[in-house]
Design a protein around this ligand. Sequence first.
Ligand SMILES: Nc1ccn([C@@H]2O[C@H](COP(=O)(O)O)[C@@H](O)[C@H]2O)c(=O)n1
Length: 248
Amino acid sequence: MKITFLGTGDMFSVEQHHNSMLAEFGDTHLVIDFPESNAKALKEYGFPMTDIHNVFITHLHEDHINGVQMLGYYAQIVGDRKPQLFIHEELVDPLWNILSPGMRYTTDGERTMSDYYDIVPLPDGGTFELGGVTFETFRTQHVPGMVSNGLLAKPYFYYSADSTLDQERVQQAAADVQLIFHECHMHDLVIKSHTSLQDLQQLPAEVRQKTVLMHYHDEYADADKRAQFNREHDLRMVGTLESFELAV
Ligand SMILES: Nc1ccn([C@@H]2O[C@H](COP(=O)(O)O)[C@@H](O)[C@H]2O)c(=O)n1
């Protein structure tokens, strides 16, 4: 499995793309979240947007979904196939509420969400399969009351999505995967909906060594700054368009 980060920035990032990850495996792929910055990242990476067929949506903060309208239109107007959207069942209607002002009315009449996307609604803890890989979803501790999901793909990766640290879950998953992709705001303060470096440093050394930090603020858009961080820590930061090869 080849993992490529299409973006690693947080909500306020202007110097790097918003956080999103592409996993390529067998003859298929999955993109986690679809910010508008993915269009540029995919072009830079050389992956045509018309070839994006599978997207998992973690939650509905704008920086994770503000490219979903473009993807739907692009697939229909330039491409020839609707993308599948894997999404928690309680997020389907709220997502259409966000998209519909720009997508309901067309020059060919009214449209619904299923005219643009093949929706795969997932229950709490639901799983889905693509290319022989099972993806297990789980609720994350992001903002109280808000539905937000992470992803576990054994034996490949754990993806925290946006979350405070769920230490028990991370430690349990670490035994089954090669890498833990975990959000980390990298500010020297407490943000109640996100994870700090200090939080992640509480993980055992063998878990930290598998942990890759994503979704951080723009100070670390600078590659030299990340390289210095990576030299000084046992967990490491990933940069936009950086890739990892994960063995079966
Ligand atoms: N510096 C920051 C950045 C974000 N937040 C809170 O995080 C949530 C949005 O994060 P996403 O990346 O999911 O869009 C939201 O609850 C913000 O209030 C913050 O408090 N400080």
